[in-house]
Design a protein around this ligand. Structure first.
Ligand code: SF4
Ligand code: SF4
Length: 301
């Protein structure tokens, strides 16, 4: 079975235990204001144009059949909504200014690729991690990768935003060794404001995984001035006490490495355009949570 992904990252050190290979699947139901992977949003390929690399030769315009590329006053204009991701312009560009995010691959080929690093996994307690996007936007493909991974004896993690049908979590449960479960904001309205989706379903799924005895790492993106509030830290602390299956609570301090991608893929700028969190802020957040009595707090190193 095939699905669509946009990256395979070997030697990942922060996506579960040990050395891992992380698979980034396309498609996400959320639109977090701070997202550093906006190329994951759509469940199809999309074009990226790097203006800085472009020498305005217009070779790409000559092969584009949809009118997505055109010249205007010696400048290349990209109309992303007209692009069908055929890829013809990419081969024409002498400067690598154009690329497509997203390609189709079979679950078996992905796992075969991952297995090349099996020795590193065995020595470090690592394995495969499915991320994205939201892997459960492609539930059958995710299931297939997990099945192939287990057949090959790999430790499996899935990073999830929690916004998928409970039945999908139930199906993958026996095949997942660890859930890296995102927790972004407490109140549903605030969650909707920050991510474009409410959080009731997310909390229900977290509860479901807890009662199903899943191994859960709670991952909390913390964005300065957005959700680094006492109220949110109290909510994280409460979850760490209420849900026994949360074995670790990790903070994911905001960074802005992905900001440049927004314009390149034809999206307006990210809603936040704020500086990355500093180390001092991160230390303070961990100290605040420790003071509140948050259980199983673990800082990534
Ligand atoms: S990928 Fe195809 S449709 Fe899209 S801009 Fe390039 S040539 Fe045009
Ligand atoms: S082919 Fe590449 S360098 Fe030439 S105009 Fe198109 S994007 Fe720019």
């Amino acid at each position: 079975m095939e699905g669509i992904l946009f990256d395979i990252q070997p030697f990942a050190l922060h996506d579960g235990p040990g050395i891992r290979t992380t698979i980034f699947l396309k498609g996400c139901p959320l639109r977090c204001q701070w997202c550093s992977n906006p190329e994951s949003f759509l469940k199809r390929s999309n074009l990226s144009y790097n203006r800085e690399k472009c020498i305005a030769c217009f070779s790409c315009v000559r092969v584009c059949e949809t009118g997505a590329l055109f010249e205007l006053s010696d400048v290349l204009v990209v109309q992303h909504d007209l692009c069908n991701a055929c890829g013809k312009c990419i081969d024409e560009c002498p400067e690598d200014a154009l690329k497509l995010y997203g390609y189709r691959e079979s679950a078996r080929n992905i796992v075969n690729e991952v297995l090349k690093d099996k020795a590193y996994f065995d020595n470090s307690g690592g394995g495969i991690t499915l991320s994205g996007g939201e892997p459960l936007m492609q539930p059958d493909f995710t299931m297939e990768i997990l099945k192939e991974s287990k057949k090959a004896g790999l430790h499996t993690c899935i990073e999830t935003c929690g916004f998928a049908a409970e039945a999908e979590y139930e199906k993958i449960l026996p095949l997942v060794d660890m859930f890296l479960f995102d927790y972004k904001a407490g109140g549903s309205e605030k969650h909707r404001l920050l991510t474009k989706q409410p959080n009731e379903l997310i909390l229900e799924n977290l509860e479901f995984l807890n009662t199903s005895m899943a191994n859960i790492v709670l991952r909390c993106p913390i964005v300065p001035g957005v959700n680094d509030t006492l109220e949110h830290f109290k909510a994280i602390t409460k979850l760490s006490h209420d849900l026994d299956q949360i074995t670790e609570v990790e903070l994911m301090p905001y960074h802005n490495y992905g900001e440049h991608k927004y314009e390149q893929i034809g999206l307006s700028e990210p809603a936040l355009g704020i500086p990355a969190a500093t180390e001092e802020q991160e230390d303070q957040w961990y100290a605040d949570l420790a003071k509140l009595g948050c259980k199983n707090l673990k800082k990534q190193i």
